[in-house]
Design a protein around this ligand. Structure first.
Ligand SMILES: Cc1ncc(COP(=O)(O)O)c(C=O)c1O
Length: 380
């Protein structure tokens, strides 16, 4: 069995099986150089000039990510936000863009302030409603449709196949924030999307110890070349050591994601119908609005993210978060440790998060401990 034909779990565990040819090291050496030697005849045959544009420290993680997402090329960025905003910055003033009302709040905030200020015509819609997408698309004018699925913090599921078809029919590109689904549970490019974005800070790294982002393209294109230039020229590049740490984290992605999915499903089922819980929002619950679409486009689990609405209201929700002992009160997601967060407090004015909502990032601790801790916090 050669690595080329191996299962994704094997590709991940061996990070594509790369070794350092000069030393036979199993883990590739780190490159910190900011610049590269020019040939005596004034050429750059190495293909590398300056590390803001081309850093060998990114190669292995980018290659692994491209392979997992079944894309042609990948780019690492200094953060998920740097990756996401690079896509919008590659557009031109006046371009029409569709984005969901329910999405990662900081990107929504940037879109409605800086991006619109710069001249993008950004329209927020109910992206999970195919009729709303059809009605909002302006053929020839809409350049980009941005979706996030499942989407923060309500875990709204958007049909990637249907949205890609609608976007393409109108001449637009479809980009998907697939941070929560990870490359294991959903492969948006195979479902018709053009670009996938990951906040690599989350599941890809998985240890809550670095900030990073990534984009993967189904194919090279003029837009992708502009995105590449945005990274090189605006300079949202990842550090070499962070890229190395990211790859180390990625080597256990399959184990962590599988564990988080299994626990999240158990926790969702346990608290669904609980007397102190108004509602559990999780794509893996059959009664959840997006469950049927999620079943079609998510393979191997429904992710480690969910929200619960506390029946007694906002003050009780804040109190539950205050009383957890194992669940850490912190923002972010996708780490080995479970996190709990009163989401409306983070997002502020304009949030779609109900005031009684707690966002949960399920880690890889023993699930019985996580359930017991939530039970005692709810009872308190
Ligand atoms: C779904 C999603 N997209 C994008 C981001 C932004 O990533 P970063 O914090 O690495 O900039 C986040 C961060 O929370 C996120 O949850």
């Amino acid at each position: 069995m050669d690595i080329e034909h191996a299962h994704p779990d094997t590709l991940i565990a061996q990070a594509l099986g790369w070794v350092d040819e000069s030393t036979r090291a199993i883990t590739l050496p780190l490159h910190f150089s900011s610049t590269y030697l020019r040939d005596p005849d004034n050429q750059y045959r190495s293909g590398r000039v300056y590390a803001r544009a081309d850093n060998p420290a990114f190669d292995q993680a980018e290659a692994l990510l491209a392979r997992l997402e079944r894309g042609q090329q990948a780019l690492l960025f200094a953060s998920g936000m740097a990756a996401a905003t690079a896509v919008f910055q590659a557009l031109a003033p006046g371009d029409h863009v569709l984005a969901p009302k329910v999405m990662y709040w900081s990107l929504r905030n940037w879109l409605m302030t800086f991006a619109t200020g710069w001249g993008l015509d950004v329209e927020l819609i109910d992206m999970h409603e195919p009729a709303a997408v059809q009605a909002a698309l302006r053929p020839g004018k809409t350049r980009l449709v941005w979706i996030e699925t499942p989407a923060n913090p309500l875990w709204t599921v958007t049909d990637i196949v249907a949205t890609a078809q609608a976007a393409h029919a109108a001449g637009a590109v479809l980009a998907v924030d697939s941070t929560v689904a990870t490359p294991l549970l959903t492969q948006p490019l195979a479902l018709g999307a053009d670009i996938v974005m990951h906040a690599a800070t989350k599941y890809l790294n998985g240890h809550s110890d670095l900030i990073a982002g990534a984009l993967v393209a189904r194919a090279d294109s003029e837009l992708w070349q502009r995105i590449r230039k945005v990274r090189a020229q605006v300079g949202g590049t990842l550090g070499s050591f962070e890229a190395w740490l990211l790859l180390r984290g990625m080597r256990t992605l399959h184990l962590r994601v599988r564990a988080a999915c299994e626990s999240a499903q158990r926790i969702a089922e346990h608290f669904d119908g609980h007397p102190l819980v108004r509602e559990v929002l999780y794509p893996g619950l059959p009664g959840f609005a997006g469950h049927d679409v999620a079943k079609r486009q998510m393979v191997g689990g429904f992710g480690g993210m969910m929200s619960i609405r506390v029946r007694a209201g906002e003050a009780a929700a804040v109190s539950v978060a205050a009383h957890t002992q194992l669940w850490k009160r912190a923002t972010s997601l996708g780490g080995t440790e479970s996190l709990i967060e009163h989401r409306a407090s983070v997002e502020g004015v304009g949030t779609p998060a109900p005031a009684d909502l707690l966002r949960l990032s399920v880690g890889i601790e023993h699930v019985d401990d996580l359930i017991a801790d939530l039970e005692q916090a709810l009872a308190a």
